[in-house]
Write a protein of this length. Structure first.
Length: 100
């Protein structure tokens, strides 16, 4: 696996984790700040690319609100964020109790 895929999988897991921990929705600006806390200093365009990928997998829905993009966690996305389901391309969430 190349480093792009490692970073992408971690970013996707973190996005789902942040959404699950914050009432299942957030805007891309806040999510960009959250990713930065975990060492992912990426542009908002990259955040949006990851959100679009998650939306294609049915893990979030994405809508535009002015200059912001709002992501909402789906039921399937919540299951993945809690390690109750897996999706190729999303890292397992190490913040969940019982993670191995």
């Amino acid at each position: 696996m190349d480093k792009y895929n490692i970073f992408a999988q971690d970013q996707r897991m973190l996005l789902l984790h942040f959404l699950a921990e914050n009432n299942n929705s957030a805007n891309d600006e806040v999510l960009q700040d959250c990713l930065q806390l975990y060492g992912h200093r990426i542009s908002r365009d990259v955040v949006r690319t990851q959100l679009n990928w998650l939306a294609e997998q049915g893990l979030v829905t994405v809508s535009d609100f002015g200059h912001l993009r709002i992501a909402k966690l789906t039921a399937r996305g919540f299951d993945v964020s809690q390690n109750q389901a897996t999706v190729e391309g999303v890292k397992k969430n190490p913040f969940i109790d019982g993670f191995r």
